[in-house]
Design a binder for this molecule. Structure first.
Ligand SMILES: *Cc1c(COP(=O)(O)O)cnc(C)c1O
Length: 224
């Protein structure tokens, strides 16, 4: 098991390396290992292979795993859709980054709870760059305005950049990444452009992504 995880990790790191070097030697890319399909044992093994940042989609699962592995110096990311009734729980877990701020309403609700608890949170604005009904995120045409509004209205949110999921249609994936990257570049002080999953992280990096969220290619629970 550990051997397989190590091979997967090495392969993904090599792919990231060649993709980022094709952009520039100075283009540094962070890897977040999405552990949602996997279990605590596998996360621990990934940690032993050198991986530090892990991502989850469900507040409940993030909470139990963060607690169970609290003795390891892990960095937790949350990238799932966030229901308002789970906000307090998520704040208490103190994740390193929330990727999935997907509306101004959610930002305001999160900001309110954060200010009550006197805490700050690093967040990304999720953009629905492919305009698919099934995806969360703000409309690409409104993304810049909403980003600005969050900056102005939500003091307890440290807005760090954007997240997007590539278009399902392979012919449109590249364009959805390029469109997101274009917006990212125009945002004030944005430093994180989170794009790319198991099926498209190399393409995402070539389009400017500096954070990839890779699950099944690492943990192998899906055919990729
Ligand atoms: C599940 C998920 C991932 C990882 O997906 P894989 O295709 O398994 O790499 C990345 N980002 C988000 C938002 C996800 O929901």
């Amino acid at each position: 098991m550990k051997r397989l995880l190590e091979e997967n990790l090495d392969k993904v790191i090599q792919n990231i390396e060649s993709a980022r070097l094709s952009v520039s030697g100075h283009h540094i890319v962070k890897l977040v290992a999405v552990s949602k399909y996997s279990d605590v044992k596998a996360i621990e093994m990934m940690y032993q292979c050198g991986q530090r940042a892990f991502g989850e989609n469900q507040v409940q699962q993030l909470e139990s795993r963060a607690l169970e592995l609290e003795n390891l110096p892990l960095e937790w990311h949350f990238q799932g859709s966030l229901q308002k009734n789970k906000i307090n729980k998520l704040i208490d877990i103190k994740p390193s980054l929330i990727h999935s701020l997907d509306s101004i309403e959610l930002a305001i609700a999160l900001n309110e709870r954060l200010s009550i608890k006197n805490q700050k949170m690093n967040c990304l604005l999720q953009i629905n760059s492919s305009n698919e009904d099934t995806k969360s995120g703000v409309n690409i045409d409104k993304a810049k305005d909403i980003y600005q509004e969050i900056l102005e209205r939500c003091e307890n949110i440290n807005l760090k950049g954007v997240m997007s999921i590539g278009a399902m249609d392979n012919n449109l994936t590249q364009k959805s990444f390029e469109d997101t990257y274009k917006i990212y570049q125009e945002l004030p002080n944005a430093t994180i452009c989170s794009m790319g999953m198991s099926g498209d992280y190399e393409l995402a990096i070539r389009c400017g992504s500096n954070l990839v969220r890779v699950g099944s290619a690492l943990f192998g629970n899906k055919n990729v």
